[in-house]
Write a protein that binds this ligand. Structure first.
Ligand code: HPA
Ligand code: MG
Length: 228
């Protein structure tokens, strides 16, 4: 059973970057810490236990979405293997990645590029678990329809072509974006306010992934790393 996401309130309750360990070279690029690394780790461990019991008698195939979910999945597989090693009845899992990009600056471009590896043929008949860093507009997962009525498929439609026996979605973050298409993942770490966030693998134009906390970007950071 999935527990409800931890609700991170609107920006009033962020943590000061002066009171936590933040890389000095990024100090000016973030405005505050939204979710400190200790809280992320504990929540990821809890989510992993829930996923572990959901797939207890199955052999899940984790598919993590590059680049952003790399760190999240790295922590999930670490906690999952800890559970396996203390449980004689535990079964195996396998994993792979899928590459998706659609953001420029802090905007979804609407051009979802999904790079599907030939290895995905192997997901046929498998219990697939998509590992995402963030669900924001929802377009990456479920696709959307362009103003000219052309349909752009999302990750779910692309994966269904390979006939897995089931697909569930785990996302570390779900953004309270009023323009979201309403997609709600099966497992969610945190419900976050409608602000652009970086760190713990999440980027702004490929920058700022290497911070342990999830942070809000500063105006200076946005200008410095703007995609021109
Ligand atoms: N941060 C980083 N990447 C993203 C975000 C965000 O807030 N929303 C969608 N992709
Ligand atoms: Mg990104």
């Amino acid at each position: 059973m999935a527990s409800p996401p931890i609700f991170i309130p609107d920006i009033t309750q962020t943590y000061s970057k002066e009171q936590l360990i933040v890389p000095p070279h990024y100090k000016e690029d973030i405005s505050a810490v939204l979710i400190p690394s200790g809280l992320i780790k504990n929540r990821v461990e809890k989510l992993t236990r829930e996923i572990y019991s959901e797939y207890y008698n199955k052999k899940p195939h984790f598919l993590y979405v590059l680049e952003g979910a790399f760190k999240f999945f790295s922590d999930i597989q670490h906690f999952y293997m800890e559970l396996q090693s203390s449980d004689p009845a535990a079964g195996p899992f396998s994993f792979g990645s899928v590459s998706v990009s659609s953001y420029k600056d802090d905007k979804s471009t609407g051009n979802i590029e999904i790079t599907v590896s030939p290895k995905l043929k192997k997901i046929s008949g498998r219990e697939v678990v998509i590992i995402e860093d963030i669900v924001d507009s929802g377009k990456t997962i479920t696709g959307y329809t362009k103003p000219n009525k052309e349909k752009v498929p999302g990750l779910l439609q692309e994966l269904e072509k390979y006939k897995p026996s089931s697909i569930k979605v785990v996302s570390l973050l779900l953004k309270r974006n009023s323009e979201s298409n309403g997609f709600v993942p099966d497992f969610i770490g945190f419900s976050i306010p409608n602000a652009f966030v970086v760190g713990y693998g999440l980027d702004y134009n490929e920058h700022l992934r290497d911070i342990n906390h999830i942070c809000t970007i500063s105006l200076l950071g946005e200008q410095k790393y703007k995609d021109i």
